[in-house]
Design a protein around this ligand. Structure first.
Ligand code: GTP
Ligand code: MG
Length: 390
């Protein structure tokens, strides 16, 4: 059969070949002609932006079946046992529009100043405790936890999405009022919509002398992001990550979004064995393999047998976002763990399993699957064999 090409993908997702080639160049740093092959993951990623899911119609391998069966069993959640969990919020937007500075404000710390070149290098995640105002007295009463993910641009989010692991409940789209809506703002909105996550808009840099809030609002309305007084249900908050203006309102908006529009969805069973998603993995000289994982269901405990992508091991230590050693972590908690035998990838799913032998078996199946995928990067996928579904 034929590989996916720029031409066939263009037909499948209804994007002009020229536009597609440009988008591919941005994604992969390679030049594409109409007949150039496109690897499946990249094709799927771009298709998602058009709200199209690409699926390959072919026989599953024995490893894929094994992994699927395991995952089905491992993620089986009892609806009776579900309890409320904090929302997981991703900050997205165009480069330099202030995502990291905004998060810093929220955490009252200063990561942006310490970052190499001021550019976000890895995914980071934090839990914050926001006190919500009582509408009657205006006093801060209920504590409402929120988990934030800081992604480098929108990339991590889209990759996760392309693999079907939706770790985000709410996307805060940050738009600098100085620049207004930019290409990556539009992409972020498209991705958030494709992922079916709620959107809250933060119009940032309102303190800047060249800020134009009205123009920025109009541009956002043009993307069909409409506030309630215009018949929509998107919350708009004006912020300055620099002065702190509007930060509290943004957190209030996130809590309102969770309670009103996501009521009944933000649930997890804290009592079951944990599963979730790896946000980043790396190797250190002192501690060996480190991985930031986000617990989505259940409670992760020190000593648990952790299977993460194609790697596994017993959790040797666990740190929360403050760098404090902890014994266990419940739903919506990001933690740094040690003890894995190898470095997992961002987006790898993780599961706590009973037996080391299970972990070893599934890890091996994944390794085989990943190896085959690498070998088959441009493997023939017959055009008739890949279907686009809306
Ligand atoms: P990437 O991670 O590289 O995509 O950027 P980012 O969106 O995280 O932006 P970052 O927080 O690094 O901010 C970019 C620049 O804008 C920095 O120089 C910030 O100091 C500045 N900045 C961020 N927020 C504001 C704001 O509210 N007002 C003003 N005047 N400047 C801001
Ligand atoms: Mg940043």
């Amino acid at each position: 059969g034929l590989p996916i090409t720029v031409r066939s993908l263009s037909e499948a997702i209804g994007m002009k070949t020229g536009e597609l080639a440009k988008r591919l160049l941005k994604e992969t740093n390679q030049l594409y002609g109409n007949n150039s092959p496109v690897d499946f993951d990249t094709a799927a990623l771009i298709a998602v932006e058009k709200n199209i899911e690409l699926v390959v119609k072919r026989q599953k391998t024995a490893e894929e079946i094994l992994i699927e069966e395991f995952e089905q069993m491992a993620t089986n959640v009892d609806p009776e046992k579900l309890r409320p969990r904090p929302p997981i919020v991703t900050i997205m937007g165009h480069v330099d529009h202030g995502k990291t500075t905004l998060l810093d404000r929220i955490r009252q710390s200063n990561v942006a100043a310490g970052e190499v070149g001021g550019i976000t290098q890895v995914i980071r995640a934090w839990s914050v405790m926001h006190k919500v105002k009582d509408p009657e007295t205006g006093e801060k009463v209920i504590e409402s936890p929120i988990t934030f993910l800081d992604t480098p641009g929108h990339e991590a989010f889209t990759k996760m999405r392309a693999r079907g692991a939706n770790v985000t409940d709410i996307a805060v789209i940050v738009v600098a009022a100085t620049d207004g809506v930019m290409p990556q703002t539009e992409e972020a909105v498209a991705h958030a919509r494709a992922a079916d996550v709620r959107i809250v808009v933060a119009i940032n840099k309102v303190d800047a002398p060249n800020a134009n809030v009205d123009r920025t609002r109009r541009q956002l309305y043009n993307l069909s992001l409409l506030p309630d007084n215009m018949g929509g249900d998107v919350q708009f908050v004006e912020t300055s990550a620099l002065t702190g203006q509007g930060i509290d309102d943004l957190l209030d908006a996130i809590v309102i979004e969770s309670e009103i529009n996501l009521a009944g969805e933000l649930l997890a069973d804290p009592a079951r064995p944990a599963f979730g998603t790896c946000l980043e993995g790396y190797m250190t000289a002192d501690e060996g393999v480190m991985a930031t994982v986000l617990v989505q269901q259940g409670t992760l405990k020190k000593g648990d047998i952790l299977l993460c992508g194609a790697n596994y091991g017993r959790v040797r230590s666990m740190q929360n976002d403050q760098g404090v050693n902890i014994e266990e972590a419940g739903p919506s908690t990001p933690v740094l763990v040690t003890g894995l035998g190898g470095v997992p990838n961002a987006d790898d799913p993780f599961y706590v399993v009973e037996e080391l032998t299970t972990a070893a078996k599934i890890a091996e199946a994944r390794e085989t699957k990943d190896r085959e995928k690498t070998l088959n990067r441009f493997a023939p996928v017959n055009v008739e064999n890949f279907a686009a579904t809306k």
